[in-house]
Write a protein that binds this ligand. Structure first.
Ligand code: B3K
Ligand code: ZN
Length: 876
């Protein structure tokens, strides 16, 4: 594929007025008739042809105002349909007929079949796999959709908008017609047809309108949709209360399908979901599953305003809807649960997924300026960093001006397809603040590094904070400007109270926000009576790497006295990271690992503090991951040494805290019936972390085996299984537990995914053989993206010692898998391949093996644009 550049943007030559679609559904021969009414845009030359997009289409008819078009007046290639000689200013109708084979569409883009259900996925460029069309987000039109299918086997016929009517057709078939009054881009089109069960409810909007809510699932699974329905109603209420946004159709539908390339899709009025993010009950869903369902239901619902009512002018603006909508779903979850714990989880995720992307060969700006394959830009940079950037606008402006900016945005741009510049202008106008420098966050890739150091002058009673910022070079961007970094901070005095300076010079400070805008800034705080400890980047107010060397005593001071709970966690995590990096160096040097006693003391004090919520204490116990440690070390990484070091530090903590953990394991036991609420989930999380440490301290599987047998919910069951199998693989206990789990859940695909994942993530080189054996297991299914991600994806992304085997066989396995998956599902293959993005930070032996495996993929015959784009950028 060619490279598309932002600067080449042009509006279309023809304006699309309306769309009428008729589908005659059949597994192998679906007929689609598209009637498209256009007129030439004012000022466009009369000889300009109409150019429509297509992808793997079989065209069976083409009419202009119901008359055939002469052969010399049109050209059809696989990818475009060009029609010449069209009217100068009068509207005209193009009728295109195409024939599709949904049953054999394994790419899961366009119209496809999953478990005998017809469904569509059109974002970003899937509509062109249905018919020839101006398939771009700035073409907004109203759609009427007629669906015809066999009545007995396909009783349910759904599309966007409101139901117009339907009836039997006398030949065993029936039809349904839908009309969506809201002009929309083609990527929000959806059609679902099949035989499904439904859960129904309703919602009364703030202005008193009644909205019918329906969630469609496979027959028999209806009870498992209850939590999703509850999350939907809470999302609708929250968007009214917090953002003043009401729903705008008479009906809102969600359909759960089992074959889906990503999490879910926000099609207007008809969201399609990966069933993993709809179905839940205590027996089969973990607390994490419940939290994900709540977040994704909210995310897709929130798109109705941020994405659908106001959409993107072009795909470079993807963060306009994604970053903003992630920000909104984060706020929602924070309001529904514990704000601090939610923030910790967000930052862990950001650092684990986005920081490596931003620091590696696939780094790109939140608002890119070029792409070869748009599917490869649905990244954590666009989503999560995009959300962080939105959050920084809120921090810079404060809640009232942020709200004023959002209101202006909704008001001014409703019904439009807009750009990031349009979005930022709303906040500038609402606040009177110039956001020019701030906008660099959208345009410069790379995680800024802030180095800080402090000096206290007792005689003057001043404290000076020296701050330097650099934005590292990234592919295509070698030099960077300093960015506007809002740093929330606190000065903690020796007695643990937070000190306010009598005055500050060298930086703008508003409330607890310090504005770092220069490359280097020296900030002096006056009236400071004793040497303060600085807590910097409270709440992770900016997505930066912070280098601020501190003694563990100072870090412990923050961990103990900060009033911002996130910062307390951050301090503990920093202490642990220091210890883990030092331990890794010891392992590589062959010297004994010693665990910092201050870390153990600070952790134990936190964990035993009953004033703190259990979920927070569980987060404190979750040490930085192996990849967090690798990222901190940065280069020449040996995953085996990191694993060994981490295991030793954990064992030291486990041994020191054995009694505490045994106590928590008892006191956090639930005596009530299962509830998925955040407080109950927090108790389970703390109890299960205690279990993990206990099993390490006891160095025996007994307690995990008991916990596995005693578990009465999936969180406890899967945690016990993971602890047992990861710590004692190949023991009779682990084998028996895996077998009983598999037998018990043999007919539940989503739970079996957990069974595959537990095994794919067993630490150590031997896991590769296990994964290869599991690929041949009768329950494995290479056509189901969830299953492929559960086994191949988690092995590559989440098993550092197994995947990065020193002999390179993990990488060669991945190369074979990518080449195998790519022809049937390029998006899935490309996504899993991004697991190679940090290969250059490995020690040279592994790095060479990784390069060889990447080259093997690059040499593959007939690579998809998706995979060739990722492999080329990764190797560069
Ligand atoms: N907008 C979709 C993602 C579509 C991905 C296409 N490759 C889901 C979401 O972000 O809400
Ligand atoms: Zn989204």
């Amino acid at each position: 594929g060619e490279i598309i550049h932002l600067e080449d943007y042009q509006p279309t030559d023809f304006v699309l007025e309306r769309v009428d679609l008729t589908f005659e559904l059949d597994p192998l021969e679906t007929k689609v008739e598209a009637r498209l009414i256009f007129h030439r845009r004012e000022g466009v030359a009369a000889d300009r042809p109409l150019v429509l997009d297509g992808d793997e289409l079989k065209m069976t008819g083409l009419l202009l105002d119901q008359e055939p078009i002469a052969a010399e007046d049109y050209t059809e290639t696989g990818e475009t349909l060009t029609i010449r000689g069209l009217p100068d200013s009068a509207p005209f109708e193009i009728t295109v007929t195409t024939e599709l084979s949904p049953q054999t569409n394994t790419k899961l883009m366009g119209l496809y079949r999953t478990n005998d259900v017809y469904c569509t996925q059109c974002e970003a460029e899937g509509f062109r796999r249905i018919t020839f069309f101006p398939d771009r987000p700035d073409v907004l039109a109203v759609y009427t959709v007629n669906i015809i299918a066999d009545k007995a086997t396909v009783p349910l016929l759904l599309s966007n908008g409101n139901f117009l009517g339907g009836a039997g057709m006398g030949d065993g078939r029936h039809f349904a017609a839908w009309f969506d009054p809201h002009p929309k881009p083609s990527y929000l089109f959806a059609l679902v047809a099949g035989d499904l069960g439904v859960v129904e409810d309703s919602f009364t909007t703030l202005s008193g309108r009644e909205v019918v809510l329906k969630i469609y699932v496979e027959h028999g699974k209806e009870p498992r949709a209850a939590y999703a329905m509850d999350a939907l109603k809470r999302s609708m209420r929250w968007d009214e209360e917090v953002f003043g946004r009401e729903y705008d159709l008479d009906i809102f539908m969600i359909v759960a399908v089992s074959d889906f390339n990503m999490g879910a899709m926000e099609n207007k009025g008809l969201n399609v979901f990966n069933d993993k993010y709809v179905l839940a009950d205590p027996e089969t869903a973990t607390d994490q599953d419940y939290a994900n369902i709540e977040a994704i239901i909210a995310h897709e619902y929130f798109h109705n305003w941020t994405g659908n009512r106001i959409t993107c002018r072009d795909w470079f603006q993807l963060c306009l809807k994604e970053g903003l909508t992630v920000y909104r779903d984060h706020q929602f979850s924070a309001d529904q649960r514990s704000r601090a714990v939610k923030r910790i989880a967000e930052v862990r995720h950001l650092k684990a997924e986005q920081f490596p992307e931003d620091g590696g060969p696939l780094a790109h700006p939140v608002r890119p300026t070029r792409y070869r394959e748009i599917n490869n830009f649905y990244t954590t940079t666009v989503y999560e960093k995009g959300s962080e950037v939105t959050g920084m606008i809120a921090t810079l402006l404060g809640p009232d001006l942020f709200k004023a900016g959002m209101d202006l945005y909704f008001d001014r741009h409703d019904g439009q397809a807009v750009t990031i510049e349009d979005f930022i202008r709303c906040f500038e106008e609402a606040s009177g603040r110039d956001l020019t420098q701030f906008s660099l966050w959208y345009h410069q890739a790379g995680t800024p590094l802030v180095s800080a150091s402090g000096t206290y002058d007792a005689s003057r009673q001043t404290f000076t904070l020296q701050l330097e910022q650099t934005v590292p070079p990234t592919p295509g961007q070698s030099t960077k400007q300093p960015v506007h970094i809002p740093l929330r901070f606190a000065l903690i005095s020796e007695d643990g109270t937070i000190t306010e300076a009598s005055s500050v010079s060298g930086a703008e400070v508003t409330g607890d926000v310090l504005h770092l805008v220069e490359r280097s800034q020296s900030v002096t705080f006056e009236g400071i009576a004793s040497r303060p400890v600085v807590s910097l980047n409270r709440g992770f107010s900016a997505p930066i790497n912070l280098h601020f060397e501190k003694s563990s005593a100072d870090r412990a001071q923050i961990a103990r006295f900060e009033t911002d709970l996130f910062a307390r966690w951050q301090a503990l995590n920093d202490m642990a990271l220091d210890a883990l990096v030092a331990a890794t160096a010891s392992v590589r040097a062959g010297t004994p690992v010693v665990c910092d006693q201050a870390l153990i003391d600070a952790l134990m004090a936190t964990v035993s503090d009953d004033a703190l919520e259990p979920a927070f204490r569980a987060q404190a116990l979750a040490l930085p991951s192996e990849s967090d440690i690798a990222r901190e070390i940065g280069r020449d990484n040996d995953p085996d040494a990191i694993f060994a070091a981490r295991r030793e530090i954990m064992t030291a903590i486990a041994t020191a805290g054995r009694e505490t953990f045994a106590g928590l394991f008892e006191t956090m036991r639930s005596t009530e019936a299962f509830s998925p609420d955040a407080a109950s989930a927090g108790r389970r999380a703390l109890r299960n972390s205690a279990l993990a440490y206990l099993v390490l301290a006891e160095n025996a599987p007994t307690r995990a085996v008991e916990a596995f047998s005693a578990a009465d919910n999936m969180t406890d069951l899967s945690q016990a299984l993971t602890i047992l199998v990861h710590r004692f693989p190949d023991t009779p206990e682990a084998t028996a537990a895996l077998e009983s789990f598999q037998t018990r859940f043999a007919d539940n695909a989503l739970v079996l995914d957990k069974w595959f994942t537990v095994q794919a993530t067993i630490p150590g080189a031997a896991t590769l053989e296990r994964v290869e054996t599991l690929m041949a297991h009768p329950l494995f299914n290479g056509l189901n993206p969830n299953r492929v991600r559960a086994l191949v994806g988690t092995f590559a992304f989440s098993n550092p010692t197994g995947f990065n085997r020193a002999d390179g066989k993990g990488y060669r396995f991945l190369a074979r898998q990518i080449l195998d998956i790519d022809p049937r599902n390029p998006q899935l293959a490309a996504r899993i391949l991004t697991s190679m993005r940090s290969w250059r930070s490995l020690e040279s032996g592994r790095a060479e093996h990784a390069r060889a495996a990447l080259s093997e993929i690059a040499a593959g015959a007939k690579l998809s644009p998706d995979v060739s784009d990722i492999v080329e950028r990764t190797l560069k």
